[in-house]
Design a protein around this ligand. Structure first.
Ligand SMILES: Cc1cc2nc3c(=O)[nH]c(=O)nc-3n(C[C@H](O)[C@H](O)[C@H](O)COP(=O)(O)OP(=O)(O)OC[C@H]3O[C@@H](n4cnc5c(N)ncnc54)[C@H](O)[C@@H]3O)c2cc1C
Length: 442
């Protein structure tokens, strides 16, 4: 008898799960388009991704679904990333190997404090705050890494663990050698350190184009048809258009807090654990500016808390197709959460003021487009209770035939290609659990 398998969400993870199941399964997506957070908003000749998105996967899914099918359609870039430390003071990212751009006194304190901790054993390192102090010394840590962490994670860095710092594609925040730090304090030549030094980006269609080959291989996705209610007994789902389906297995990429809230008979301890999960949301204020080459590099990080955005990227530098000739696409990302709600008052005005104050925009610049994208689930926060909450939720889900998948199902810091990999992994698990036999996976 054929198994009845449903997939919730047609982002990279849900599409990959469907592809790898390689058998009849139904995919339901609440939006009118596939791609999830990899979608690109095309507005009046400008292209804006959901926060800065660039491609740097090197694994099998990256090759199969992106690099091979889009060969010749991807632009290769060497990342040019800047920091802004207030006013118009800028230097190359990451600061720990580019300290020459700092005022001399500050650079000296940074280096001296780093020398103090270099070679010391990592005793008593528990939180991200501890790790920054042990890795970079107190001045680099306090002035830069921790200040930025408060801004982007919306919580105190002492509440974060360090599980998210490393990744299979390289460290998100890297510990340099003493030699690298000293060289970076003297030498104006930019030093590379973190995971993202080279990337590719589609020539046209924005980042969203990376999803086209995979979406093309999964026909029949039910778009504009979101899950509204789940009953784990008797494994029944109701969708926005009134469709009702039962399932043997359902693979879900819906963010866990939403999914559990939609499951009417989820037990109280699972509901409580889902409510305890922490994450950040994102508001992107996107601007079309009538000037070519606005801003330094591909993107800039902002450390000061009186500037609303933590990062500004220039998608038209990823691909010229993201803006009309003679214009720049400017995307400003603002983090918020339950812990630090978004202040919406005059948001666009405050963003434009911030761009002028930091030298990204000139007073004479003409803004031809204002556009906003809200991303309610952007980054998972790795607090100390995350693993325990997650274990409880995931164990209950799998007992009831609900399989978590992707960035907000597995609840991790997944890149697009890691989300595709998550889909592949979950498809294999469902195949095995339902006893579907060899050959079910492609
Ligand atoms: C700001 C930001 C920057 C990023 N930068 C990069 C980058 O540079 N490079 C990179 O590789 N990755 C980047 N990522 C990560 C990448 O966007 C994600 O890894 C990827 O989109 C996650 O895929 P997913 O399928 O797991 O989840 P999603 O993309 O979130 O897809 C989930 C899908 O489920 C749908 N859905 C939600 N609720 C329901 C419902 N009730 N019923 C049906 N469907 C539903 C959603 O509409 C969505 O389509 C970034 C992410 C963010 C937020």
């Amino acid at each position: 008898m054929a198994a009845n398998i449903l997939i919730f969400g047609a982002g990279p993870a849900g599409l990959s799960a469907a592809y790898h199941l390689g058998r009849a399964c139904e995919v339901f997506e609440k939006e009118a388009y596939p791609g999830g957070h990899c979608h690109t908003h095309l507005v009046d000749g400008f292209g804006f991704d959901e926060g800065a998105h660039v491609f740097f996967g090197r694994d099998e899914c990256s090759e199969t679904f992106v690099k091979r099918p889009l060969a010749g359609e991807l632009l290769a870039h060497t990342a040019e990333i800047w920091n802004n430390y207030g006013g118009t003071r800028t230097g190359r990212y990451p600061v720990q190997v580019n300290a020459h751009a700092l005022p001399a006194d500050l650079a000296t304190r940074c280096v001296l404090d780093l020398i103090d901790v270099a070679g010391q054993p990592d005793t008593d390192v528990r939180s991200y705050e501890d790790w920054c102090h042990a890795s970079f010394g107190k001045t680099f840590a306090n002035e830069f890494m921790l200040r930025y962490a408060r801004k982007v994670w919306t919580v105190d860095p002492a509440e974060l663990n360090t599980e998210w710092v490393g990744s299979a594609v390289g460290n998100r925040v890297s510990r340099p050698s003493l030699e690298q730090v000293i060289r970076g304090a003297i030498d104006a030549e930019p030093q590379e350190l973190n995971y993202l030094t080279r990337f590719s980006y589609p020539k046209s269609g924005g980042f969203g184009r990376i999803i086209a080959p995979l979406a093309g291989a999964v026909p029949g996705v039910r778009l504009g048809c979101g899950v509204v209610q789940i009953e784990s007994v008797p494994r029944r789902v109701t969708f926005t258009d009134g469709t009702v389906r039962t399932y043997d297995a359902a693979i879900s990429t819906i963010p866990l807090p939403t999914l559990i809230a939609q499951t009417v008979d989820a037990p109280a301890d699972v509901r409580a654990a889902a409510r305890r999960l922490m994450w950040t949301s994102l508001r992107s204020v996107n601007l079309g500016v009538a000037r070519r080459d606005v801003g330094p590099g591909h993107w800039v990080y902002f450390y000061d808390h009186d500037i609303p955005f933590f990062r500004v990227s220039f998608p038209s530098k990823f691909s010229p197709a993201n803006a009309p000739e003679g214009h720049t696409a400017v995307s400003c990302e603002i983090a918020y959460s339950r812990r630090r709600p978004l202040d919406e008052r005059n948001l666009v005005g405050r963003v434009i003021d911030g761009l002028c104050a930091t030298g990204v925009l000139r007073d004479s610049d003409r803004i031809v487009l204002e556009h906003q994208v809200d991303v309610p689930y952007a980054y998972v926060v790795y607090d100390f209770a995350r693993a325990e909450n997650l274990a409880l939720i995931h164990a209950w889900m799998e007992r009831t035939g609900l399989y978590p998948c992707g960035r907000f199902g597995e609840w991790g810091y997944h890149w697009s290609f890691e989300s595709m990999e998550s889909g592949r992994r979950v498809a294999a698990k469902v195949t095995e659990r339902l006893g579907l036999g060899a050959g079910a996976n492609r």
